[in-house]
Design a protein around this ligand. Sequence first.
Ligand code: SF4
Length: 401
Amino acid sequence: MIANDSTTASVIIDFDSIKNLTASEALAIDRLILDELSSDVVLINQIGHYIIGNGGKRLRPMLLLLAAKALGKVEDHHLIMAAVIEFIHTATLLHDDVVDESVLRRGKESANAVWGNAASVLVGDYLYSSAFEMMVRNRAIDCIVRGEGEATARDLLLALRDDAPLAPIPGITYREGDEIVANPEREAIAELDLIPSPFAAGLVDLAKPLVYYETSRGCPFSCAFCMSSIDSGVRSFPMARIERDLLLLMEGGARTVKLVDRTFNYDAARANQIWRFILAQRSASKFHFEIAADLLTGENLALLAEVPPGQFRFEIGVQSGGEETLAKVERSSSLARLFGNVRRLKAETNITVHLDLVAGLPGECVAEIDGDNHHRVVRLQTVEIRAFGICCFSQVLCQKE
Ligand code: SF4
């Protein structure tokens, strides 16, 4: 780091000297991370230790510690938050490597290359959950924003700036002395276009391997095991806004755009309009969509046959190959139509398809995980099948109720 002009003396600090400023605290963070990682599940210990101990500069925790020092001194809650930041960062690395199909991370085999995608995703989720648990224990976290955050975070920041009371702000939970106060929910933002585009504002680094993007929020379905089913209905950004954002992404050289829409093709005509717009740009950007294969129409499939090899990737939730199981979790999809369309995607298009299955749904205990329901899906011979586990299904149901 060099500061030099005619009025100030030159100061050169190399990275190691900066790192040494927080060396003893960094050791304390390592101990804390190892304590928090300790689990009865062997795989969590193995993958967690593998990726956390796999080098890395730990820049994020270090910045937090330097900021704490600059403002006074490092206290226990700063150490906890530094560990939380490292957990969340590590979880994103695990998930990104799965989506990017990376086989290397910091010069060593990535966790998904060693243990497979399902294990990496689940351990990433475990790290996320642990990070949130640590935050709840940390009294320095005195307020959180729940749900859709754009409007709530703005109101909260304005209230903090003006030293105004927090009680009127919907969608936050905060500490008041020893009490935790949960304000009422905030209404969903009706006009999504009111949210400024982070791409137009230049806030997203398009040079990164993966850019997340949404054209809609919410899901029209209500699968009992899924948190997305709690939202009511779907809201779409206006088509003009979607096209502006997509152009910014493609012209800005985004390599892979992962759409986080829960069911991108909930409206077949809308999906076709967006797909047609992307294809018309003849861009090198690749796109990853989560779709419901049973909702694909003949028009969709005809257009999708024009997609160049490698440009689109579809993630399709099958969840179970058993009608009875799907009925029990209130998942309203037609397996016959889904299977038929997956076969057509495979035969008639160049789209990479992967299917998601959930292990442990009602009626599918350990013995059934390798049983008929899942074999029906395996017989589709798609490129990739990913299995997620639901350990506490009844708890998810209860939470929904
Ligand atoms: S369709 Fe997918 S996102 Fe929607 S509720 Fe079901 S599992 Fe969740």
